[in-house]
Design a protein around this ligand. Structure first.
Ligand code: IMP
Length: 297
């Protein structure tokens, strides 16, 4: 299996700009540049397989062949033991219509009750899974998986996180993912574990540099930054965002409207004054304000 080297361009097989931006931040210290399948004008393939690996491979392979570059795709979901792994690859579908995860969690609960598999003494076992697939244009591919095992609770608890987080308690913890501080969730999460496996096996021999150029091109990626600022929801994501903004200043400061501190603060002030009271302060509000400070006149 080929390994990624410094300077490699890697396609992230996703059309979600925020997700691509986050993966770029993760890869930047390794001197790798992530571009999205969307930016390259590649079509999104249909996810017709019935396994995480199958769907991750479809997405990674389509991007690798379309771009003639190595491509990374991910697929994730919740697997409930007593439901034979459901909702599994259909985790997002169970929340449709309306991307309603309250309804999706009720569906899981109801399905378990119908099977007589819900009991508070022996709560149902479940795990989250994240599968990354790295595919090469020649046809080679590899998977990197991360799982976190635990059990389900009813009713759901906690308003943090997303998706099925409020009904999942990881082994060794008392809180649900929905009650935990983000740092607690990310320390054990399936996604963190899958990325750790990817870093260990696919980036072997590449030392992360303390400060490197992302090689992200001559243009400031304002669309990517904006998408990330609008999509982030945790403190950890905000910390990553600020690191990315700092790197953006180092590389593209000449394209900032306000690249010195007095002008930045004036821009921040103007952005805050111009923003309506409807925007409730959230982690992403801070990110939007910082980005606004760099552009606002
Ligand atoms: P995707 O791979 O980003 O499409 O995620 C598939 C679905 O799995 C999401 O819509 C969520 O329902 C669920 N899921 C994946 N990871 C998590 C998680 O960390 N917490 C809660 N739900 C998750």
């Amino acid at each position: 299996m080929q390994r990624l080297r410094k300077g490699t361009r890697l396609v992230v097989a996703s059309h979600n700009k925020g997700k691509v931006w986050e993966i770029n931040q993760l890869l930047a210290p390794y001197g790798l540049e992530a571009v999205s399948a969307g930016e390259l004008g590649l079509a999104e393939p249909e996810e017709t397989e019935t396994t995480f690996r199958g769907n991750a491979l479809i997405k990674a392979r389509a991007a690798a062949e379309g771009a003639r570059l190595p491509a990374l795709a991910d697929d994730s979901g919740l697997e409930v033991e007593a439901l034979d792994g459901a909702p599994g690859v259909y985790s997002a579908n169970w929340a449709e219509p309306g991307r309603d995860f309250g309804m999706a969690m009720s569906r899981v609960h109801d399905a378990l009750e119908r099977k007589g598999a819900w009991s508070s003494e022996t709560p149902p076992k479940a795990n989250f899974i994240s599968v990354l697939c790295l595919a090469w244009p020649g046809g080679e591919y590899a998977f990197y998986e991360g799982r976190v095992h635990g059990h389900l609770v009813w009713p759901p608890r906690g308003g943090k996180g997303f998706g099925y987080d409020p009904m999942f308690v990881p082994d060794g913890a008392a809180q649900t993912f929905g009650e935990m501080e983000p740092a607690g969730k990310y320390a054990t999460s399936h996604r963190t574990r899958a990325f750790a496996a990817f870093k260990r096996d696919a980036l072997e021999g590449i030392e992360p540099a303390v400060s490197v150029s992302t090689g992200a091109g001559a243009e400031r990626d304002l669309a990517g930054l904006t998408a990330a600022a609008h999509g982030l929801s945790t403190k950890d994501e905000l910390v990553t965002f600020v690191a990315g903004l700092r790197r953006d200043l180092a590389e593209h400061g000449s394209q900032w409207e306000n690249s010195d501190l007095p002008r930045f603060l004036t821009g921040l002030e103007a952005w805050l004054a111009a923003t309506g009271p409807t925007d409730e302060p959230r982690w992403r509000t801070l990110a939007k304000a910082l980005l606004g400070g760099s552009t606002h006149k």
